[in-house]
Design a protein around this ligand. Structure first.
Ligand SMILES: C[S@@+](CC[C@H](N)C(=O)[O-])C[C@H]1O[C@@H](n2cnc3c(N)ncnc32)[C@H](O)[C@@H]1O
Length: 271
C-alpha cells in the first residue's frame, strides 16, 4: 500500500511541546554554530558531487501522492485542453517529473530545472525521459530565470529545494518564482518542517534551523511562521492559499526505528 504522504499521523503542536521540554530542545536552540565561507553559500559543486555519486536516480522514491495532495491544482489543468507548462525548481533526479508525467495529458509540458548540471544529466538518463514532453534547463533560483518557457507556466513545483538554499536567499527564490507566473497560477511547495526526524541527526549547525550535511549540502527546516513572513514581504504578488505541517509516522524497515517525519506543505497563488 502506498504511504499516505499527505497524512496527519500525529499532532504537530503536541510534538513540539514534547520536544521543547526534552533534551532535544538543547539541540535545536544550540548556539554552537559553524561559519561557512560566503563563496560556498550557494555552491552547486556539492550537489554536482552528490549526483555524480548517486547516478542511479533511485535515491528519491517516486511521489505518486502528488496528484492526490495537490488535486485541486492539477485537476483543472488535466481537464483543460490548453497547452501549458509545469515548471519544477531544483528537479534533481526527476522524482517529481517521473511521478507525474505519464499521468498528465499530452498538452502539459514539463520544464525541469536545477542549478546542478549533473542533476539534469541524471534526470535525462532515465528510460522515461521524453524530450517531446520534458525540457531541462539550468536555473539557480536565487537569480531571475533567463530562459524562455515554451508555454505559459500554470504551476511551479518546489519540493525539497529551498531547504538546500541558505535562508538569506529565500526571499529572492520566491520573488523569482513569482516573476514568471501569471495571475491565478500557483507554487506547490513541500519541504522539511521544523523538528523533522532528520533535523536531530544533523551534526553541523550553520544558523537557526540551518544545518550542513557531511557532504557540504545544506538542510533548512521550515516553520509556518517563517514561511509566512517571507510571503508577507511579497504580499503584493503572492498569497498563501494553504499552509500546514504534514506529519508522518514512518518505520525504518532495517532498524525498526520509528521516525517522525514533518514537512511544510503550502500552496501559494500569484495575485
Ligand atoms: C534535496 S535535493 C531535492 C531534489 C528534488 N527537488 C527532489 O525533491 O527530489 C535539492 C535540490 O536543489 C537543488 N538546488 C540547490 N540550490 C539550488 C539553487 N540555488 N537553484 C536551483 N536548484 C538548487 C540541488 O541541486 C538539488 O537537486
Amino acid at each position: 500500500m502506498e504511504r499516505r504522504y499527505f497524512s496527519n499521523d500525529f499532532d504537530f503542536e503536541e510534538y513540539k511541546n514534547e520536544i521543547e521540554s526534552s533534551d532535544l530542545n538543547q539541540f535545536w536552540c544550540s548556539n554552537d554554530v559553524e561559519t561557512i565561507k560566503a563563496e560556498n553559500v550557494n555552491e552547486s559543486h556539492y550537489w554536482d558531487v552528490f549526483y555524480q555519486k548517486h547516478k542511479s536516480g533511485k535515491f528519491y522514491k517516486s511521489r505518486n501522492y502528488l496528484l492526490h495532495e495537490f488535486k485541486n491544482y492539477f485537476s483543472p489543468l488535466i481537464s483543460s485542453s490548453e497547452t501549458c507548462t509545469i515548471l519544477e525548481c531544483g528537479a534533481g533526479h526527476g522524482a517529481t517529473v517521473y511521478s507525474l508525467i505519464d499521468k498528465l495529458p499530452l498538452n502539459i509540458f514539463f520544464v525541469a530545472t536545477d542549478y546542478s548540471e549533473d542533476a539534469l544529466v541524471s534526470l535525462k538518463d532515465n528510460n522515461a525521459f521524453d524530450c517531446s514532453r520534458i525540457q531541462t534547463s539550468t536555473w539557480d533560483i536565487t537569480r531571475p530565470l533567463d530562459i524562455k518557457l515554451p508555454y505559459l507556466p500554470r504551476i511551479i513545483i518546489c519540493m525539497f529545494t529551498m531547504s538546500a538554499i541558505h535562508p538569506m536567499f529565500h526571499y529572492d527564490c520566491l520573488k523569482n518564482m513569482a516573476n514568471i507566473l501569471k495571475s491565478g497560477s500557483v507554487i506547490l511547495f513541500r519541504d522539511y518542517g521544523i523538528f523533522d526526524f532528520t533535523m536531530f541527526k544533523q551534526k553541523s549547525k550553520v544558523c537557526q534551523n540551518l544545518y550542513r550535511r557531511g557532504d557540504n549540502t545544506l538542510s533548512f527546516y521550515f516553520t509556518t511562521e517563517y514561511f509566512e513572513s517571507i510571503i508577507e514581504k511579497l504580499k503584493d504578488e503572492l498569497q498563501i492559499v494553504e499552509i500546514s505541517y504534514c506529519t508522518i509516522l514512518s518505520t525504518n524497515r532495517k532498524t525498526k526505528e520509528t521516525m517522525k517525519r514533518i514537512y511544510l506543505h503550502s500552496v501559494i497563488k500569484k495575485k
